[in-house]
Design a binder for this molecule. Structure first.
Ligand code: GDP
Ligand code: IMO
Ligand code: MG
Length: 422
């Protein structure tokens, strides 16, 4: 296989983890290039379930894995995850996992700030995962973040922490929180400092290793609609999630990304606040949530559910230059007698074929739907297109036609083998 990216094309939780794991065998390495442990990627192999947040999903099939420079790393969460995965029988060592030395750290001050600000916002909150992702990326852009390479030298680390805490303590004071001392952060970092250093490698060394081994898979986190620039701002995450971020997030040239496969859920979900034109708050929404087990992996929150939105998806397919998609969770629709797809928006009587950035228009969006007959038979675990009911194939073909894309993988269940490859 050529170097391939796997990117979520909705508001996250499309089933990226399952698809990355399914394809892992064909690649030499798996690279995360943005986000942090706000991601929750579930992988089911036979009777085992793995829930990964920061570790690339290729770890399950023993691939060389990289946490690239664009990722924000909470070292405590990372080592908890490593311990959990090791207990499940997967050995993780610095030969199997490399973390770029210029990754920025998430510390307790970031988690606290994230949660405190969300609580103060009341019903205006974003509904973040509370993992400190936003504050950590703010510090990166503010040039005060602690990077892994700052851990190598005591004097530099103390100096960098003083600089960081000068800012954070001003902020904490204004929010009524106690100031934090350099010693406090040092004692937080100390128990894991050497361990983290042992996994860290120069980002240039990592790039060279990836280039020479080839066959790289880039694993996206979140989804294109949560992109900080092109998503439903401000109800987004704090990183760029679209394919354009890959090169920035791991240091490989743009010409090294040969192909981008988008992952699409056969309907739409989102966690947290923000616009959702095709949301279903009725019993069909409830049906999708229960049938699709739509409960957040990271926060345990119920995911909001709705019909497939071809307007939003067509838009991000262009943004990510996607030609192929993996369509997941088609089996969740098995029992429905009618299924809708949103093909346009009507706003003040005018037809829109894109999601407007202008917030004042959001409440006025009336989705225009087409209705399709459901297949009302089980597709769970089907492994070939021939076994797929005709009406289910028609539904897939309709999505392909509306989004101008080819479905080359169809997922019919959470397990690795419950997959059709075309
Ligand atoms: P990710 O964040 O994109 O990796 O997705 P999540 O793992 O958060 O959520 C997807 C959920 O759907 C997980 O529980 C998967 O095990 C499950 N899943 C993935 N593909 C399928 C599928 O085709 N059918 C069903 N029923 N479940 C699936
Ligand atoms: P995966 O990789 C779904 C959402 C949060 C919130 C917003 C901002 O599993 O698809 P943040 O903590 O990032 O500042 O929260 O983004 N969010 C996700 N939703 N799947 C994810 O990741 C998400 N990561 C963040 O719910 O609305
Ligand atoms: Mg998820």
């Amino acid at each position: 296989m050529s170097n391939t990216a796997i990117i979520g094309l909705q508001w996250g939780d499309e089933g990226k983890g399952k698809i990355v794991d399914f394809l892992s065998d064909r690649f030499n390495s798996v690279v995360r290039f943005q986000g942090g442990h706000n991601a929750g990627h579930t992988i089911k192999v036979e009777n085992k379930t793995f829930k990964l947040s920061l570790l690339p999903s290729g770890i399950v099939s023993n691939k060389f894995c990289v946490i690239g420079s664009g990722v924000v790393v909470d070292p405590i969460a990372l080592f908890n995850e490593i311990e959990k995965i090791s207990l499940a029988g997967i050995e993780i060592n610095p030969q199997k996992l490399a973390i770029a030395d210029n990754c920025c750290l998430i510390l307790s001050i970031h988690r606290e700030l994230d949660q405190l600000l969300e609580a103060k916002k009341g019903d205006k909150k974003i509904g973040t995962t509370g993992r400190g992702i936003g504050p950590a990326y703010e510090d990166k852009v503010g040039r005060r973040a602690i990077r892994i390479c700052d851990l190598y030298d005591d004097k530099i680390l103390i100096n960098r922490l003083e600089n960081l805490l000068f800012y954070h303590n001003l902020l904490r004071q204004s929010l009524g929180s106690q100031p934090v001392s350099v010693d406090q952060i040092m004692s937080e970092i100390s128990p894991i400092r050497q361990k983290l250093i042992s996994f860290s490698r120069s980002s240039f060394e990592i790039t060279n290793q990836l280039e020479s081994s080839g066959n790289i898979m880039f694993e996206g986190a979140q989804g294109a609609l949560l992109d900080i620039t092109f998503g439903s701002y401000p109800y987004v995450t704090s990183s760029n999630t679209i394919a354009g971020q890959i090169s920035l997030g791991c240091g490989l040239g743009v010409d090294k990304i040969d192909k981008t496969i988008g992952v699409l859920k056969a309907y739409t979900t989102r966690v947290g606040s923000g616009p959702f034109p095709t949301e279903l708050t009725d019993k069909i929404g409830e049906f999708l949530r229960i049938e699709g087990n739509e409960i957040g992996t990271v926060t345990g929150r119920d995911r909001r559910c709705g019909w497939f939105d071809a307007v939003l998806v067509s838009q991000v397919i262009k943004l990510c230059a996607v030609k192929e998609v993996a369509l997941t969770k088609i089996d969740v629709l098995d029992k429905l007698d009618k299924i809708k797809i949103c093909v346009a928006y009507k706003i003040d009587g005018k037809i829109f074929n894109y999601f407007p950035q202008d917030i004042s228009l959001w409440d006025k969006i009336e989705p225009v739907f087409i209705e399709i007959d459901g297949w009302q038979s089980s597709t769970i675990g089907i492994q070939s297109l021939d076994e797929m009911p005709k009406l289910a194939r028609d539904y897939i073909a309709k999505i392909e036609e509306l989004c101008k894309v080819k479905a080359t993988i169809i997922s019919t269940g959470p397990k690795r083998n419950e997959t059709i490859i075309l």
